[in-house]
Design a protein around this ligand. Sequence first.
Ligand code: PMP
Length: 287
Amino acid sequence: MSRIAYVNGQYLPHLDASVHIEDRGFQFADGVYEVCEVRHLQLLDVTRHLDRLERSLRELAIQMPMERRCIPLIMREIVTRNRVINGLVYMQANRGVYPRNHLFPPKSVKPSLVITAKHTNRAAAEEMAACGIGVISVPENRWDRVDIKSVSLLPNVLAKQKALEAGAGEAWFIDVDGFVTEGSSTNAWIVSKDGVLVTRPAESGILRGITRTRVIDMAAGMGYSIEERAFTIEEAKAAREAFVTAASSVVLPVVEIDGATVANGHPGETATRLRALFFDSSEKLPC
Ligand code: PMP
């Protein structure tokens, strides 16, 4: 089946879907993005993803590309047209098309909006979660506005590739004080020896993940203690459990850190439980 993409007002066959060479996303990475999970034909946590999209755009002084209420209509349409049952919706909004110049284009230039959808293999994802992944640590080398979901992801790309080449599934950035900030495309968590869920506060050094917020809400409702504080890689290696969260991977157990086994080297009970209950506790928009 051919895939369809939404590009600046048009639904186009994936093969023909392209942006102009003067698009500021292409020229300067001058834009932001969101990734939203589709599960059983339902979009998860759209309200929070759109809240974050609006915030990211506001922080960069980019206008919303269209009225907020119209975006879910396109998201649903793109899911339907691509016959996605389980997958991901990607959207990028950027400062639009204008002759290359570092300065912002005039206000009359319309922001660009691209929305795509792809299938994911749920069985393969569950298999990966049942094994858990390894992570490696890398020095934090990103700018200090990682709270903005910018498409400028070069350090993240390099870190993820380094993880792959080391036989791991994710790279955790370590700040100058030796604390884990987050993964290249995930938030980082541990479960301490006494069963407390620990994740870095969203106020500094991380993206406020929608999955992270959902897991905090869910875990609190289940009676877990949660501490939003920074932790070191040594603390993580000695933890009862470690895991990562993201819309694209939900809750994914970490079983190895820099080659050292976490606990018994198998996915932990807490991460497994949170993963299993995640769908039920998410906001759902039927497609
Ligand atoms: N941190 C980074 C750097 C990310 O790229 C992502 C995923 N886009 C996350 C955290 C997790 O965010 P979310 O749960 O909203 O997918």
